[in-house]
Design a protein around this ligand. Structure first.
Ligand code: ATP
Length: 367
């Protein structure tokens, strides 16, 4: 198990700064994800850790060793990519043994380690099969065994599951987490799939145009996004513009006035010194709203919106609504709301209902 530290790393392609002062520490044994919109620099960062690119400035450390300019084959990283790059003319065992043969490991040890690696991904029974006789999921397991067999100091995964169907992805992502934890591996994983990241990551980093927008646990990133870009990138959300009115008892909770009414909400960035009157934007996730047929007369006069349900999408366990606020003057944009075990699907178009949201589900952000 090693820690991977990235210190003030910069990389430019032509005049395009692709990685911009990246500082990051990945703890020993951590399953760490890199996420962000297409072109934000995820793969480029992973390729620096693998050694395919050298930084223009800054350092990459494996524990205390500076590997910034160490070639890939001397870094001891195991890799698993979108295209499995397995040798079609070799058997499963032959593919897994390949890296050990290159390293001139003695034959008896190769046999033992290949057997062990195939065992860890449940593929012993297929050792003598050719690669083209395997399903996509099985090929993926072989690719994982091949990465594990060299006993890597660190496992690097770039979209490893993107060629698989939805069901197989679910199965394999759980499998990857199990194997990483079993081997105590430090693993760095690039994906487009937010659910993959949220469900198995210990922590994740969101990259935005080459800089680190936020690093945290899945819950921190989803529930307390620090910027509008992060809130927008992870999951779905509603943005509502407003102005800071006054802080509540503690400095993180604020009353915000918006065209939809007042909301109490929490600043996610503790270092942000918000001032009275300052423009802000609120982020409210669609699943945070609670719908009621009628508003209680004695309810709090904030964190509620009156409106009508417009377009609905029924998805079985959940319904998605476009909720059109009423009495707000010139056409406020509809709010997206999700209702689990839907009850409001049959409500007539002209019926006014009330949507509530708890202050802890309202995130106050820089506009
Ligand atoms: P995606 O999710 O689409 O794979 P990404 O976040 O992995 O994107 P990168 O592949 O790291 O993004 O690319 C980051 C930026 O650097 C992009 O604008 C890309 O066009 C550019 N880029 C990547 N590799 C090179 C290269 N070898 N030469 C020049 N520009 C490059």
């Amino acid at each position: 198990m090693i820690a991977v530290t990235i210190r003030d790393l910069n990389k430019q392609f032509g005049d395009h700064l692709v990685l911009d002062h990246i500082n990051l520490r990945i703890e020993p044994g951590e399953l760490f994800f890199l996420l962000g919109p297409s072109g934000c620099g995820k793969t480029t960062l992973l390729r620096h850790i693998a050694g395919f690119y050298y930084p223009d400035s800054g350092q990459i450390l494996f524990d205390d060793q500076d590997v910034s300019r160490v070639p890939p084959h001397e870094r001891g990283t195991g890799m698993m990519f979108q295209s499995y790059a397995l040798w079609p003319h070799l058997t499963v065992a032959g593919n897994v043994a390949f890296g050990l043969e290159e390293r001139r490991v003695p034959r008896a040890e190769i046999t033992r380690r290949v057997d062990e690696a195939l065992g860890s991904v449940g593929m012993n029974a297929y050792a003598d099969r050719k690669i083209n006789q395997l399903s996509g999921g099985q090929q993926q397991r072989v690719a994982l065994a091949r990465a594990l067999v060299i006993r890597p100091r660190c496992l690097l995964l770039d979209e490893p599951l993107s060629n698989l169907d939805a069901k197989m992805r679910l199965q394999m992502r759980a499998e990857i987490r199990r194997v990483c934890k079993e081997f105590g591996l430090t693993a760095i994983y690039v994906t487009h799939d937010q659910k993959e990241a949220l469900s198995i990551a210990d922590r994740l980093a969101i990259l935005d145009r080459g800089h680190l927008a936020q690093v945290g646990t899945p819950r921190e990133i989803y529930r307390q996004p620090r910027t509008k870009a992060v809130a927008d990138f992870i999951g779905e959300t509603n943005f509502v513009e407003g102005r800071a009115v006054d802080p509540a008892g503690n400095a993180h909770e604020w009353r915000i006035s918006t065209p939809l009414g007042d909301f109490m909400g929490f600043k996610a960035d503790p270092n942000w010194e918000l001032h009275v009157g300052e423009p802000v934007v609120l982020s409210v996730r669609p699943e945070s709203w609670k719908l009621r047929a009628s508003a209680p007369a004695d309810g709090a006069p904030h964190n509620r919106v009156q409106g009508r349900i417009g377009r609905t999408v029924y998805l079985g366990e959940v319904a998605e609504y476009d909720f059109q606020p009423t009495g707000v003057g010139n056409g406020a944009a509809p709010l997206k709301m999700f209702e689990l075990n839907p009850r409001f699907l049959e409500v007539a178009d002209d019926t006014e209902i009330t949507a509530f949201v708890a202050p802890e589900d309202v995130t106050v952000l820089h506009p």
